[in-house]
Design a protein around this ligand. Structure first.
Ligand SMILES: [Mg+2]
Length: 229
């Protein structure tokens, strides 16, 4: 009986081989890369921040948001919106208003070919909230609760993920959760020379942020599929 070819005898068993062996004959299994996400703050990143936006007519998309999301999806990022909604706590609008606006927003992203995977919101405020909405919340940025829930529910690798926000509290939430790339979109109110944490990259536009998502720019674990060769 002839001995096995050298490669087969000596080669260690790779995950790819295991997956192929389990596949039905003639089928190819592509391993799932570790999931990573692009987290987006909403007000000031997805839409222009007009303070407590809760109606479609006041919701104006930030320039470049659809191109950014399309690029992120092409690079394998899941898209996750994480938004503090203290307007609900303050009684300026209700959960139903927020959900109605969110459904409309999701429909627009869908129609543009860049569906959003998940939206998380925190309706609480520790001091200005009314009734049951007046409380501390682990979800309220700068706390990392929404990001950690997304990690658990979507199986995300946060170190390989990125977060674009327009406030220090966004960056603090991302930092606390261990998000690998923190991107701060400068607002007109920002002093150009304002001190900034060393782990935050400042950008003046979402186009600039999109360029930071390129794999070559990420000093992070790569999420390319396991290679057979
Ligand atoms: Mg914001």
């Amino acid at each position: 009986m002839p001995s096995l070819p050298a490669r087969e005898a000596a080669a260690p068993l790779f995950a790819q081989d295991v997956l192929q062996a389990r596949a039905a004959p003639g089928r190819t299994v592509t391993p799932m890369p570790p999931a990573r996400a692009l987290f987006l703050d909403r007000d000031g990143v997805v839409n222009i921040d007009r303070h407590y936006v809760h109606r479609v007519e006041d919701f104006e998309f930030v320039d470049g948001i659809f191109d950014l999301c399309a690029r992120a999806r092409a690079l394998g990022y899941r898209l996750v919106v994480v938004t503090n909604q203290a307007g609900i706590a303050r009684g300026y609008y209700g959960e139903a208003d927020f959900q109605r606006l969110t459904q409309w927003m999701l429909g627009v992203f869908e129609a543009r070919g860049t569906p959003i995977d998940r939206v998380y919101h925190c309706p609480y405020h520790p001091t200005a909230g009314l009734g049951a909405y007046r409380r501390e919340s682990f979800d309220r940025k700068p706390n990392p609760g929404m990001l950690l829930r997304a990690r658990d529910e979507l199986g995300l690798d946060l170190a390989a993920s990125a977060f674009i926000g327009d406030k220090d509290s966004d960056m603090a939430a991302g930092r606390a959760a261990g998000v690998g790339r923190l991107i701060r979109l400068l607002t007109p109110d920002d002093e150009a020379a304002a001190p900034q944490a060393a782990d935050v990259t400042k950008v003046a536009s979402l186009a600039e942020a999109a360029a930071l998502l390129e794999p070559d720019d990420l000093p992070l674990r790569q999420s390319s599929p396991i290679r057979a060769d």
